[in-house]
Design a protein around this ligand. Structure first.
Ligand SMILES: [Zn+2]
Length: 332
């Protein structure tokens, strides 16, 4: 697995990096929670930390990026860096994945100073998996770091979060996102559009900029959501099937896009045109704003949020999308 070790994209996280540096290399914090909005760069900071702790240049205040250790982390082959994410076709990280990783981190590092275990979607750990983690968090193995990355509003159980040091992450100001994109060769209009689309989540802005296909994919998903209100039953079921097949990064991202579309509708119907994010969809937004009441728009947003909640509860994506699309089709 190739890892993007371009730490120049850690825009705006100076505070978090400073907090981590403070722990130093000798006695770093063994259990951490990185909490903040999605796609701002929390995972990358986690990998930065692993690189920092294991960098062979022991005086450096940041990973050098060129030593043997940094290079291995960069190519995703460092034996002391473990990344845990939701397995394909599942919606949660289960207890078996967690037990396996716990077994691993109890062994001494293979070649680095520390084993670093990054759990990428902490909010998708099942309760059972979180309980399995408790003892390890309480008595962390020597020279091991456990790092739980969670999106805001995640559902870590209190006994887990209270055993970890919390590092908070924030979205960036839009002018900072624009500037950073311009510095990477984006045009003025591209920088403005991507910054508006990502609402300060620089990681998203960057991946949309470097992969134009993902922008197309997002457009396709927005188109599906925008076409839903007023569809008949079969139209709704067909839309659910198409949403299920989308190549966007996970069902959570699909639902986030839906929420952002209906939020636009809500701000538009309240007369705040300036706050609309998906301006390229203004015609359809205006059309819908003229026929959907604010209560119905709120209902649609609630449905999407509820679906997002169920994604974290291991509900079948197919059933979830079908139910959601049928309800959204009736929101008109
Ligand atoms: Zn290095």
């Amino acid at each position: 697995m190739q890892i993007d070790l371009d730490f120049s994209s850690l825009e705006g996280h100076e505070q978090a990096l400073e907090a981590l540096r403070k722990g130093g290399r000798k006695e770093p914090f063994p259990s951490l929670v990185f909490e903040g909005p999605a796609h701002v760069g929390k995972r990358l900071v986690g990998i930065w930390y692993a690189a920092f702790l294991n960098c062979l240049d022991s005086e450096a205040q940041a990973p050098c990026g060129v030593c043997r250790s940094c290079k291995k982390i960069k190519s995703g082959i460092h034996p002391d860096l473990h990344l845990t994410r939701v397995p394909e076709k599942k919606t949660v990280v289960g207890v078996s994945e967690v037990r396996e990783a716990i077994y691993e981190v109890h062994h001494a590092p293979f070649e680095g100073n520390f084993r670093v275990w990054v759990i990428e979607e902490g909010e998708r750990l099942s309760d059972e998996a979180q309980n399995a983690l408790l003892k390890t968090l309480e008595e962390p193995p020597e020279r091991a770091i456990i790092l739980l990355v969670t999106n805001l509003g995640g559902t870590l159980i209190p006994t887990v979060s209270s055993r970890c040091r919390l590092v908070r992450f924030h979205v960036l100001q839009s002018d900072r996102v624009e500037k950073a994109l311009l510095a990477r060769g984006a045009s003025d209009s591209q920088a403005k559009r991507l910054s508006a689309l990502c609402s300060g989540a620089f990681g998203s802005a960057l991946s949309l900029f470097s992969e134009p296909k993902s922008l197309e994919e997002r457009d396709a998903v927005l188109e599906l959501f925008s076409s839903l209100p007023g569809k008949d039953l079969w139209g709704a079921v067909e839309t659910a099937q198409r949403l299920e097949k989308t190549k966007l990064n996970g069902l959570g991202s699909v639902l986030d896009l839906g929420i952002s579309f209906f939020r636009d509708l809500l701000v538009l119907s309240a007369g705040s045109v300036d706050l609309v994010v998906h301006r390229e969809r203004m015609d359809r937004l205006q059309e819908l704003a003229s026929v959907m009441s604010a209560a119905k728009i709120r209902f649609a947003i609630q449905e999407l949020q509820e679906a997002d909640h169920f994604v974290q509860r291991n509900v079948s994506p197919r059933l979830l999308l079908q139910r959601l699309c049928i309800n959204l089709s009736k929101a008109c």
